[in-house]
Design a protein around this ligand. Structure first.
Ligand code: ISE
Length: 349
């Protein structure tokens, strides 16, 4: 079966997903492109044999020519298109965040639970990254013993002028929130935001960098540097400290150059470069899940649980206090199955 995909949002990540689905990946064809910028939608569609441009996502979702939907529009617009895809009974890949607030994610969760089957995969691609999978494997096999601490850094070289202060949490830190939950197989119960001296090179409306503290069910503490004006490159760090040892993400560069008394290795320029392999694998996984008729990977529950933490982190950033995360029990529809590379480990006893 070749999955006929409709893509909503032809911006940077949407165009990259179209390129992947139309180029190297097998099993899918992009037959429709929607964007609020009609010219951009038309330009993308014109480069895809037989594809059609749409002015909005709702028409694309309703099209009989579309088997599955990929939502890559800005986060605040995700909810309507994901809910419409669920109502149409179509599997949908939604770029992160599922939605920028817990309330919006709850409406998606309610719609999918009413439908009675999982149709949504959320684009938390780090679960498909080879380095993060190797890190998770070391934790899961007990090599370092029970985790106690995580030290992480999420550094962007810069961000566009459209990047708002809250996006440091709802658009950037959400990856670290998800990967902490996934690596440890448990939820985050409280958070705090610490602010160092502000980076004078950051845009005046951004309080950058920050330290996001995440406290998990079993008491693990994760400290995450969120730094979106690092300048030198796109640098993702992660070290898990266990009772018997530590495990750390390896260096992202593939080469070390030595000469004239120095050695140097390149730092990725951005997230598309650093996580290229992960994007391929997550989309390939999604296409396979559509062909099988069963959504896998990061679910609506993951998107909802992450939004609960990001809402709490936004409150913590404002108050400077520790904020408890408000999260109900995980519904049966989203029970964690056997250990898998993307669903997370059984809850830590
Ligand atoms: C962007 O939307 C991403 O998802 C990147 O992975 C993240 O590093 C960046 O900060 C976000 O703006």
């Amino acid at each position: 079966m070749t999955v006929r995909v409709g893509v909503i949002g032809a911006g940077v990540i949407g165009a990259d997903h179209i390129r992947r689905l139309s180029g190297g990946l097998t099993g899918a064809v992009v037959v429709a492109v929607a964007d609020t910028d009609a010219e951009r939608a038309q330009r993308q569609a014109s480069e895809l044999p037989g594809a059609r441009a749409y002015g909005n996502g709702q028409e694309l979702i309703a099209s009989q020519d579309v088997d599955a939907v990929l939502v890559a529009s800005p986060g605040p617009t995700h909810e309507d298109d994901v809910v419409a895809s669920i109502a149409a009974g179509k599997q949908v890949f939604c770029e992160k965040p599922l939605a920028p607030t817990q309330a919006a994610c709850e409406r998606i969760l309610t719609a999918e639970m009413a439908c009675g089957r999982k149709l949504v995969q959320v684009g938390y691609m780090r679960r498909y990254d080879a380095a993060y999978r190797a890190l998770k494997s070391v934790i899961d096999d007990g090599t370092i013993g029970a985790p106690t601490l995580i030290h992480a850094a999420h550094r962007n070289p810069s961000v566009p002028d459209s990047y708002t202060a809250s996006m440091a949490i709802t658009d950037t830190a959400v990856h670290d929130i998800d990967v902490t939950r996934w690596l440890l197989g448990e939820e985050i119960v409280a958070t705090r935001v610490l602010r160092p001296r502000r980076n004078s090179l950051a845009a005046t409306h951004l309080a950058d960098p920050m330290i996001l503290l995440l406290e998990t069910e079993s008491g693990v503490l994760a400290d995450v540097e969120i730094n979106v004006n690092a300048g030198y490159g796109y640098d993702i760090r992660g070290e898990v400290v266990g009772e018997k040892g530590t495990a750390e993400l390896g260096d992202a560069s593939l080469v070390v150059v030595r000469g004239d008394g120095h050695q140097r290795s390149p730092v990725p320029a951005g997230w598309l470069e650093r996580f290229s392999g992960a994007y391929d694998l997550e989309l390939s996984d999604w296409i396979g899940s559509v062909a099988m008729g069963k959504a896998t990977g990061p679910s609506t529950w993951d998107g909802y649980a992450i939004s609960a933490v990001s809402d709490a982190a936004i409150a913590a950033a404002s108050s400077g206090e520790r904020v408890v995360v408000s999260l109900p029990e995980r519904p049966a529809l989203y029970a964690i199955g056997p250990l898998s590379a993307t669903s997370g480990r059984q809850r830590r006893q």
